[in-house]
Design a binder for this molecule. Structure first.
Ligand code: HEC
Ligand code: HEC
Ligand code: HEC
Length: 349
């Protein structure tokens, strides 16, 4: 008995030392080209699926039927996911297929995951596989738009994908495939009164440039915009701000709203509510002598305005050096105020 215990202790000491020795001698193969043994591959996927399932247990899934989520989801998929996973318009590249594990064709695997599980994967990424996590914090709303798009992906063909994402048709004879431009998402004619993507037309150059710099510096959190501008240099930003500032905002049919709600929005915008410490929005926004760093709200889509107001109330919107002014102005807004204000400004010429 005493002898056996000694053996056990000796083994417990020897095994980690042996392990370190094998590691130190460089005998552990880390090359990807050999692939995994089938058993290792099975085991890793089994662990991953169990982990994702457990992590997504408490997640509440919001409504994902809003069609406005699809252009945002498809556009981001094109800029942030397609170069690894391929898309309905493009097969996976040889470089992507040489990853270990290779990024799967998502049209095939999406049906094997629930919405909450897809959210968990896109929000947190997958360790040791190359699958990245969402690049900013506190933007679950953006990740849900990606999930809404992924859910539709198995049914989407190349033409529908191009139309949803704003990706141009390939030019016959061109060497490079087209890449998604800013206009793929922001072109005025692609936007409606329900869009989650903002209209940039009619915004001042100062505000647009401040916003681009804020995304680039990380003081305004958006995974979609941080990926969209990641290839740009600081000196590229002013020309983009100028180009969009010169465009005129087109009138879009605002999403339907009850007249009483629009009236409440108008009262708050014109007079505020001093008892609830809500200032008059029009004392800063949309007046002829306004500071050009303050954005133009009239004619912007209601869902986008709502999303930004919710972020300000949650104190996670960020922005330029003037962002605290707006955070203060939004502090006491409630959900009903947000909907009323968004409806009022969306319909304001
Ligand atoms: C750098 C390459 C890369 C990028 C970019 C990337 N992924 Fe992945 N992704 C992977 C790899 C590799 C896996 C495989 C993980 C595995 O098999 O364990 C994966 C797995 C997944 C899975 C789980 C699929 C399954 O059944 O294993 C989903 C869902 C997914 N990615 C969605 C996305 C979305 C959405 C984006 C864009 C926001 C994205 N990925 C961007 C490499 C990438
Ligand atoms: C995949 C779609 C997509 C692409 C591509 C894209 N954007 Fe955006 N953009 C968005 C979304 C969504 C937002 C709102 C983000 C947020 O919540 O802060 C946004 C916000 C902005 C804003 C702030 C607007 C405001 O009212 O505060 C500017 C400026 C902007 N984008 C410029 C650009 C430029 C310039 C490019 C090209 C380099 C570009 N975007 C590419 C989707 C996109
Ligand atoms: C003291 C001036 C001030 C007041 C009052 C004010 N805002 Fe703002 N607002 C700002 C500034 C400055 C920004 C830009 C923040 C940034 O991105 O740097 C802003 C941004 C916004 C945005 C984001 C627009 C976009 O394109 O992303 C919305 C929506 C908004 N304000 C709505 C309102 C509403 C509704 C009210 C009234 C309850 C209001 N604001 C009152 C200064 C103000």
């Amino acid at each position: 008995m005493r002898l056996r215990l000694k053996h056990l202790v000796a083994t417990l000491v020897a095994v980690p030392i042996l392990g370190l020795l094998v590691g130190w001698l460089g005998l552990v193969p880390i090359g990807a080209s050999g692939g995994h043994w089938a058993a290792t591959d099975w085991f890793l996927h089994w662990v991953m699926r169990n982990s994702v399932r457990t992590a997504s247990l408490g997640t509440t899934v919001p409504p994902l039927e809003d069609p406005a989520m699809l252009p945002l989801g498809a556009g981001h998929f094109e800029t942030g996911c397609a170069f690894c996973h391929g898309s309905p318009a493009q097969d996976r590249s040889a470089a992507a297929l040489a990853m270990l594990p290779p990024p799967p064709n998502l049209s095939e695997v999406v049906p094997t995951w629930t919405d909450a599980e897809l959210f968990e994967i896109v929000q947190h990424g997958v360790r040791l596989t190359g699958m990245p996590y969402w690049p900013v914090r506190n933007r679950e709303d953006e990740v849900w738009s990606i999930v809404a798009f992924l859910r539709q992906l198995p049914e989407i063909d190349a033409a529908t994908y191009r139309q949803l994402s704003g990706l141009a048709e390939p030019v016959p004879g061109a060497v490079e495939p087209p890449a998604l431009s800013c206009d793929g998402c922001h072109a005025e004619e692609r936007l409606t009164g329900r869009s989650l993507i903002p209209s940039l037309a009619g915004q001042s150059e100062a505000y647009l440039l401040d916003s681009l710099r804020a995304y680039s510096a990380g003081t305004r959190a958006s995974g979609v915009m941080s990926v969209a501008i990641s290839a740009l240099k600081d000196e590229d930003l002013p020309a983009l701000a100028t180009a969009y500032a010169e465009r005129a905002r087109q009138r879009k049919e605002p999403a339907e709203a009850k007249p009483a709600m629009v009236e409440l929005g108008r009262t708050l915008a014109e007079q505020g509510d001093p008892a609830r410490r809500i200032p008059a929005c029009l004392s800063c926004h949309d007046k002829p002598d306004a500071n050009p760093a303050f954005p133009h709200l009239s004619g912007q889509s209601a869902p986008y305005l709502q999303s930004q107001l919710r972020l300000f109330v949650a104190k996670t919107r960020g922005g330029s050096q003037y962002r605290d002014l707006m955070q203060h102005a939004a502090e006491h807004l409630e959900e009903a105020d947000i909907q009323a204000l968004a409806a009022y400004f969306a319909g304001r010429p």
